[in-house]
Design a protein around this ligand. Structure first.
Ligand SMILES: Nc1ncnc2c1ncn2[C@@H]1O[C@H](COP(=O)(O)OP(=O)(O)OP(=O)(O)O)[C@@H](O)[C@H]1O
Ligand SMILES: [Mg+2]
Length: 258
């Protein structure tokens, strides 16, 4: 269980990027975070990951406070950030160095098969396309079997076809060990395809504005009317989240707009 209790962040320059975010995410749950640029999505992920310390509140993983990068919490960024001096297999196995070689090799091979890159195991990162490199990054993040995987716009630099392909690969890998996934995305369809719950954030200071359940059976049919219903619900909430509202009026305004 991942729990955020009143997590806030004010940067050294005085920017109040996050205000009192409360969130509980159960095992295996997939949560998407959407919201306008600058509303604090990356700040929130960095606070959860332990890369950054909240100014207020705390992040707990199974009751234990997260204060620094944690072996049970993986993170994937917008760009793959592969280590250029390691092969594809070396990158995927990077987090398994304490394991016996046979186990490491087997898990790396399995993960590469899952993302459709087994024939690229001995290539170098510079020889991969953007989509292939991001698949390697996904495999690398999931191979140590984290309890939580954080993804900050992981597919936004890719074309639409590659993005859909990677969403499928991500779900395939997720199904193996069912970690908590928290995905920041600008793509509403991506949020509805992947998530159980979609959190809409609002800026200045960043906070959770609305929460929408995406209670659709999997695999999800993008053309279905149920999918479209959730998509329209998220779009409407995003639209409202971008309207200027004085912070003290936010609750009344949310009630009004409904
Ligand atoms: N290291 C930092 N120092 C000071 N201010 C920062 C820092 N990082 C982010 N901010 C500010 O905090 C606010 C939230 O930024 P954040 O990067 O979390 O937004 P975001 O929702 O991820 O935006 P985007 O969708 O553009 O990625 C912004 O006003 C930003 O300028
Ligand atoms: Mg961001």
């Amino acid at each position: 269980m991942l729990t955020l209790e009143g997590v806030g962040k004010t940067y050294a320059n005085g920017v109040h990027a996050l205000d009192a975010v409360n969130l509980s995410v159960g095992p295996g749950e997939i949560v998407a975070i959407v919201g306008g640029s600058g509303c604090g999505k990356s700040t929130l992920l960095r606070a959860i990951s332990g890369l950054d310390t909240p100014s207020q509140g705390r992040v707990l993983l199974d009751g234990e406070k997260v204060t620094k990068p944690h072996e049970k919490i993986g993170i994937i960024f917008q760009e793959p950030r592969l280590l250029p001096w390691l092969t594809v297999a070396g990158n995927v196995g990077f987090g398994l160095e304490d394991r016996p070689k046979a186990e490491r090799d087997a898990r790396v091979a399995e993960a590469l098969t899952r993302v459709g890159l087994s024939e690229k195991a001995n290539m170098w990162p510079r020889e991969l396309s953007g989509g292939q490199a991001q698949r390697v990054a996904i495999a690398r993040a999931l191979v140590p079997r984290p309890e939580v995987l954080l993804l900050d716009e992981p597919f936004s630099a890719l074309d639409a076809f590659t993005r859909v392909d990677l969403q499928d690969h991500l779900l395939g890998l997720w199904a193996d060990t069912r970690p908590i996934l928290i995905l920041v995305t600008h793509d509403v369809d991506e949020a509805v395809v992947l998530a159980d719950r979609i959190m809409v954030m609002r800026p200045r200071p960043g906070r959770i504005f609305d929460e929408i359940a995406a209670d659709l059976p999997r695999p999800r049919e993008r053309q279905s009317s149920a999918f479209d219903r959730v998509r329209r619900h998220v779009m409407a909430a995003l639209d409202r989240s971008l309207k200027p509202v004085a912070p003290s009026d936010a609750n009344e305004a949310a009630a009004f707009w409904w």
